[in-house]
Structure formats: structure tokens, C-alpha cells
Design a binder for this molecule. Sequence first.
Ligand code: COA
Ligand code: MG
Length: 326
Amino acid sequence: MSFTPVKSVKTRINRSELFVPGSKPDLFEKASTSNADIICLDLEDAVAPQDKEAAKQNVIKALNNHDFGNKTISVRINGLDTHYCYRDVVDLMELGGERLDLIMIPKVGVPEDVYAIDMLVTQIEDKISRSKKIGFELIVETSMGITNLDKILTGSKRIESLHFGYADYAASVRMRTTNIGGSNEDYSILTDEKDGKRLTHWNDMWHYPISKMTTIGRAHGLRIIDGPFGDFSDPDGYRSHAKRTAILGCEGKWAIHPSQVDLANDIFTLPKVEVEKAKNIIEAMKKAQETGSGAATLNGKLIDAASIRQAEQIIEQTKLIETLSK
Ligand code: COA
Ligand code: MG
């Protein structure tokens, strides 16, 4: 390990994050009674320009009056390139009361984007003597966001999590796809001929940005959350996608429809067999260490001190989910 430790910024359960357009207040109740860990009320791209003001008023009203239970509540504000942005922050903070936990900032590109929102939030928290400090969720969804990621994360101490925005990222880097998440047959390898056959292996075209986010984001102690999967009538596609990003280090995924919430909760709760495996590794390494050995075999495979660290993080994450989901 480096002499500089990485500390987790803030611990929250974030397996599923259900999005609800601020312009559809009728859906707030369904979201509140869902199993979502976090509800994100959206003022940005799910809201048409003519509905922006009404959506903001709906959200402010709900923050003051609606019973969201013990869920974490986030609001996605409009981007810094729009004139809605500053008023979203000012109105939410001044009129929204104490219920709001997180502000989600879309399309971050440079550290100053985050710094600017922090400046506004800090001034208002101070002015209204807000007791709960707002945290930030950042959406990484542009070529600038990915390029400047490490620097962006120095923009504010409020940053808790990174989220991947599929559609905007695809548009920003000119990927030839119109899917929100999902796969594409054109991103595949045609194998050489073997036994008279050539096979097409589909690949994961999102691997690079997701890996970059988990690697850099974790160095800053943040939660890394996978973004939307647009085809809400394809639970198998959602599962497959979520499993891949979970393997890469994400700890949750957006749900854009209530049917995706339980899928996310299920996949981002570690499977019992993995937890058992982790416990067995720790047990086997303990025995090996007692006999003065730094490495051992378990079921014919090498395990060593790094295996303990892998196993411990699986057990820790599971304990955390058990504690926080009660
Ligand atoms: N939150 C809470 N409830 C929701 C919901 C959501 N995001 N999306 C749908 N529902 C409710 C519907 O009102 C309906 O309730 P009912 O059975 O009581 O009538 C039920 O869940 C089933 O909905 P369904 O008819 O299958 O979907 P729909 O056609 O009403 O809505 C979408 C589909 C995609 C328009 C809607 O899910 C939505 O607005 N999602 C959020 C989009 C968003 O925020 N995008 C930004 C981030 S990418
Ligand atoms: Mg977006």
C-alpha cells in the first residue's frame, strides 16, 4: 500500500438510484414506496424546457411536504451551460428545507464546474444555517469529463459519487449508437475460421470509461455508480449489463423505471456464494499464516495476502449493505 491511505468519502447504500422526472409529481409516491436506495428527482434532461420551472416547484414542494421515508434524496440540477443551473441551486437550497441530501451535477468537464456549485451551496448553507451538509453526485458523460476526471475530483470536498451517463457520453465522443447503455453488434470481433466456422463475439464498448471511473474515482474514495439502461422492457439485458459493471467495481446502477430497482438491488448485493468463498479464503490464509506460509492453495488455486484484501472488501461491503438496508 502507499503511505497515503484512501479514505471512503461518505458511506451510503447506493445499489439502486431511481430517477423520477420533476415534471411528473404523480410518480413521487410510487418512487417513495419502491425499494430504491436513492431517489433522484430530475430537473435536467427528463424535463422539457417549457416544464422546467413547474418541475422545480414540484420538487421543492415535495422536499418540504412529501414523505420519502428514510431514503436518500438527490436532485439532478441543470448543467452549468444553461441559465437554469444557478436558479436550480439557489431555489432548492433556499426553499427546499432540510430534506435534500445530494445534488447531482450533470456533464462536469473541469474542476471549476464543481467548485462553482460548491461556492453557491456553501454560501446558502451558511446563510440559512442549514444543519445537514449537501453532498455531490457527479455525472461523467462527456469527453472532457473523462479526460479531466482526476482533476475534476479536486473541485470540491462534497463529492461522494461518480455516475456514468451513457447517452451523453456516446454523443460527446461520437460513438455510433443510439442506445442508452446496452450493447452493439458492430462492436464485435469476427474470429478467424476454426473447424469451418467463424464466430462473432460481441464486446463491451463501455469498458474504457467505466474502468477509468472505477480506477480514478476509488483513488478519491468515491462510490462509482453505473448509469441508465434505457430498454426497461429487457430485464435480462439490464442484469447482464449490471453484472459487468459490478465486476469492474461499480456498487450500484440507475433505474429509470421501477421494474429496474429490484434488479439493481439484487445484483449489487453480493451473492451468498461469493461471500462464502471470501470467508473460506480468509480461513485458509489464517491457517497458512499460522504455519509461517505467506501463500496457500484453496481448491487448487493460489491465494496470498492480496486474496485476503479482495475477500475482506467483499465481506465489508456485504456487512455495510446488511447494516444500511435495515
Ligand atoms: N418512478 C416512479 N414510478 C414510475 C416511474 C418512475 N421513474 N416510471 C414509471 N412509473 C410508474 C408508472 O406511473 C406506472 O404506475 P401505475 O401502474 O400506478 O400506473 C408504473 O410505474 C408502470 O409504468 P409504465 O406504464 O411501465 O411506464 P410509463 O410508460 O408510465 O413510463 C417512462 C415510462 C420511461 C417514461 C418512465 O418510466 C420515466 O419517466 N422514467 C424516468 C426517466 C428519467 O428520469 N430519465 C432521466 C434519467 S436517464
Ligand atoms: Mg446525461
